[in-house]
Design a protein around this ligand. Structure first.
Ligand code: FMN
Length: 193
């Protein structure tokens, strides 16, 4: 049962918190039936932060040899959207800090993460692809953007585009799907007007 799996996570966090004094962050997958509910339970159990989301390394099939290929694929910025949506919804709704991992590649991705409400934006694939120097160049680009937009520090940006702060909070909700579909414009070819 889902609640048993959740209970396992909660007991694990309680046990870890009892045995260490350093802050504990829990990296979650996006497949819980209620993300806010599990985060609430983990915060109650003492989790200092949650990291959204773990990326599963789904294996591919090789059709020549009919074998399973467990190859590692780097992420792309496209994966960020799921994280942005959840952090924007969770900002100030849960008593734990929020980190984004998965799809943070560029300065724009870091800025979006902060605007959604993240305390931390993590990079793995981008650093592996571009080297460690990518961190400094990304930070410099973030700084330039902040200067152009009149932000003196990251705290001022944090959560500015969270669900509670945007003009149209329904943009983050399921009902908005209808609007999304209505906004679709064919790029040309069949079906275009
Ligand atoms: C080579 C490699 C090793 C990783 N090892 C771990 C690990 O030991 N523990 C973990 O939680 N995540 C691990 N990850 C996942 C990353 O921490 C990160 O969450 C994931 O790659 C998504 O972020 P990205 O889009 O910036 O790559 C690893 C990723 C890569 C590419």
């Amino acid at each position: 049962m889902g609640s048993e799996v959740e209970g396992m996570y909660v007991r694990l966090v309680e046990a870890v918190k009892e045995s260490v004094t350093i802050p504990v962050a829990v990296k979650l997958n996006p497949y819980f039936s209620s993300i806010p509910n599990i985060i609430h339970q983990l915060a109650e159990a003492g989790a200092d932060g949650v990291v959204l989301f773990n990326r599963f390394y789904e294996p591919d099939f090789d059709l020549e040899t009919e074998t399973v290929i467990p190859n590692l694929q780097y992420s792309t910025s496209e994966e960020l959207r799921l994280r942005l949506r959840w952090v924007a919804i969770l900002y100030k709704q849960v008593q734990t800090s929020l980190a984004i991992t998965g799809g943070v590649h560029t300065a724009a991705d870091v800025i979006k993460s902060l605007l959604a409400g993240a305390d931390v934006a993590m990079m793995a694939s981008a650093v592996l692809k571009h080297g460690i120097g990518h961190v400094a160049s990304t930070l410099a680009e973030v700084q330039t953007w902040m200067e152009h937009h009149g932000y003196a520090n990251m705290g001022q940006m944090q959560g500015r585009m969270s669900q509670r702060m945007v003009h149209n909070p329904t943009a983050f909700e399921r009902a908005n799907y209808v609007q999304v579909l209505q906004s679709y414009k064919p790029e040309g070819g069949e079906g275009s007007n």
